[in-house]
Design a protein around this ligand. Structure first.
Ligand SMILES: Cc1cc2nc3c(=O)[nH]c(=O)nc-3n(C[C@H](O)[C@H](O)[C@H](O)COP(=O)(O)O)c2cc1C
Length: 433
């Protein structure tokens, strides 16, 4: 490959695969940051662009019912705060980008602007913000709201949120701190201004009160799947993540659509990097892998995705197609995809395996060398800038070692993955090629 791709590693500040049959209680020190500092160092040594943390802020009541399923299988809780975690990880890494999710439906914008500015300084320019609007009412109910706003209004609020935090990060010129001993001036007040924002959702006077950080603002990441979500990503994001459901055709359609939307917003498509999320599974035994996935393994996966969807997937028959008439308030694009697969007669079992372990079409299951070949050829065909490898609740040591010790060298040998960092900030590395 002439130009390397960009790679991220997806994680969650929650228990890794504590129930993996061959490696029980792996990463059990996760609440103290122990497991994730090990992971961050490994991911950095492998020269990934970034380590990514998803987030949600509540204990799920699937179908407004009991919190038992969530807690029993450690689906969305217990989970600690990833914003605090990346602060800690910034001290144990040097070059790795650190992305934490924070929701525009839950945070006050000033608090978020101040936090990410601080983390960007602490990490010497490696902070990234994954912008989400949230999909669970349980989170909203912990922040004084009865429920999340309907999707369109959630995105309207997100638009205003991004406007406010951008104004806040822009409220200090990069050179505002002059430290002029001769004239006894630390900060030149003519280079700092209030923002006086008064909108539909937020009222913020400004200016921000933090020291201008190396990147000035975190790298904006986003993973909108619906048309409105895609438009939001195209307008604002520098790192856009998408699922690989539907294989190369869907990836291509996504990229073309994002690029068209970027141009419509007056942006050059090169201003964003598009990466596709998948779960590479390294195994010599390709044909039996899918059949080897047990119901015990599927239960937490169904629970987790069900919580995002707002549908209790555990109540549906795994061996029948997912019904096409289900309505829900959560993640729109995944529901659409499940129903579409259902319409084509694909069982819920197959659909959820595709969704979670990666579409067979892309060839992300198999020996490391063939996964590397497949990922490269999918990217050649579909276009795009790289991948984010997902391994959370089923991330045991074997899965992580497989990705880092087997797949990464195969990618590097083929010139598809960098072997060193070019820049010092996350943004420099993300846009180095
Ligand atoms: C790689 C990736 C990471 C995501 N992380 C989160 C997250 O941490 N929290 C969250 O609420 N949603 C997360 N999502 C969901 C998206 O933000 C978005 O809601 C979803 O892609 C559906 O898009 P839509 O809301 O426009 O339909 C993630 C999606 C992807 C593909």
């Amino acid at each position: 490959m002439a130009t390397p791709l960009h790679f991220g590693f997806f994680s969650s500040f929650s228990a890794p695969a504590w129930h993996a049959p061959d490696d029980r209680m792996f990463g059990d020190d996760w609440p103290s940051g122990g497991y994730h500092s090990w992971l961050a160092r490994r991911v950095e040594a492998a020269k990934f662009d970034f380590l990514f943390f998803e987030d949600t802020s509540g204990v799920s009541r699937i179908n407004n019912e009991s919190i038992d399923t969530d807690l029993r299988y450690a689906l969305s809780a217990p989970k600690n705060d990833p914003v605090a975690l990346i602060t800690y990880l910034s001290a144990v890494t040097e070059r790795l980008g650190l992305v934490a999710t924070a929701s525009t439906s839950l945070y006050p914008p000033f608090l978020l602007a101040r936090l990410y500015s601080t983390i960007d300084s602490l990490s010497r320019g490696r902070a990234g913000w994954n912008i989400v609007t949230s999909s669970e009412n349980e989170s909203a109910q912990n922040f004084g709201q009865d429920a999340l706003l309907p999707t369109q209004q959630r995105y309207d609020k997100a638009e205003e949120f991004v406007e406010v935090v951008s104004k806040l990060w822009g409220s200090w010129d990069a050179d505002a701190v002059v430290k002029d001993l001769a004239n006894n001036v630390y900060t030149d007040s003519s280079r700092v201004r209030s923002i006086d924002h008064a909108g539909e959702h937020f009222k913020v006077r400004g200016p921000l009160n933090t020291y201008p950080s190396p990147q000035h603002r975190p790298v904006f990441a986003q993973a909108g799947g619906s048309p409105r979500g895609r438009d939001f990503a195209a307008k604002h994001a520098e790192l856009i993540m998408s699922v690989t459901i539907g294989g190369v055709e869907a990836m291509k359609e996504f990229r073309e659509d994002i690029h068209a939307r970027m141009r419509a917003h007056g942006r050059d498509p090169r201003e964003a990097r598009i990466v596709y999320a998948l779960h590479p599974h390294i195994t010599e035994n390709v044909s039996t892998f899918r059949r080897s996935i047990t119901d015990e393994q599927l239960v937490p996966v169904l629970g987790k995705h069900g919580a995002h969807l707002g549908v209790d997937l555990l109540t549906y028959d795994l061996d029948r197609p997912f019904p096409t008439d289900v309505e829900a308030s959560g993640t729109t694009s995944m529901l659409t995809s499940l129903k579409e697969k259902g319409r084509r007669g694909i069982t819920l079992r197959e659909a959820i395996i595709d969704f979670h372990w990666g579409d067979d079409e892309l060839g992300s299951i198999g020996p490391a060398s063939s996964i590397a070949e497949n990922l490269i050829s999918a990217m050649d065909e579909a276009g795009g800038d790289g991948y984010i490898f997902m391994a959370t609740q089923d991330a045991n040591r074997a899965v992580i070692d497989g990705i880092i010790d087997e797949l990464v060298p195969e990618l590097q040998r083929r010139g598809a993955m960098r072997t060193d960092y070019a820049g010092s900030t996350f943004r420099e590395n993300l846009f180095a090629f």
